[in-house]
Design a protein around this ligand. Sequence first.
Ligand SMILES: [Zn+2]
Length: 319
Amino acid sequence: MADLRGGIDLGGTKIQAAIVDGRGDVSGQARQPTPTSGGPEDVAAAMAAALRAAAQEAGVETGDLAGIGVGSPGDADEKTGVVSSARNLPGWEGSFPLAEVLGKELGTEVKVGNDVQVATEAEFHLGAGQEFQSLIGVFWGTGVGGGLVLDGRPWLGRGAAGEIGHVVVKRGGAKCPCGRKGCLEAYAGRSAMEAEARRQHEEGHKTDLFHLMEKHGKPRLTSGIWERALDHGDQMTEKLIERAIEALGTGIASAVNLIDPEAVIIGGGLGIRFGERLMDPLLAEMHKHLFVDERPPAVRVASLGDLGGAIGASLLLAR
Ligand SMILES: [Zn+2]
């Protein structure tokens, strides 16, 4: 019992909680929508509720867990447990002592880490990256996040390493959600792709994307909507995805030129949905920019799926 841990993946739209044993097996899980109003206290309350529900499914009291790890967006300080500037969460522009508040609420130790970094470590220990000692995780979703494992150990830099989404793929290029220009995320992030599709649509270019979005009752262009439009042969979709793949190939190759990892693991909502389907064009785009092109790294799609973030968060206790 003592080696059961909690893991929480705190996302912009949902909170995923899991109870995980020392081998990475999940014995309970629960999900809550992320509050869209209020502040960090409300988000913490929803996280506690999700973790309690997962613990109940696993038949364990939260106070009996060996601890709980949280993968968080924003600036998550592993040493202090404080999360700052989590701008995709309501009212979280400042700092909030998440580990302390959750720890009191759930009666056990809580550690926080970067959401993408912990998902990368989960793939390294338990998923698609198990056979490698060094890898780059690329999480292609709403934004484009990254994580690094070098010589078997997480590389956090001074706390902000792995931001592959903000590697510049075109100087003076498209505006990125971060406010700068020409970042990989400005071309491949789902938010940026949606903004570009909307702009072109308003200019009179034809697309089924927004029709499909309404038909399926979605508030935004989800990865499922992008896939449907691609299946329908929607031309704008084909072009925007091709543009995203070019940017991903360029950015990933640049990172590979610097780090020379054994593997690149592609995850995230769009990455998991399109990774296998678009692997050949992605490899072709990467190849154009690899300095040592006769020995490319292995490129694999993440294998832990939706639970990878929560499982990775639980590994924060083992560090
Ligand atoms: Zn950026």
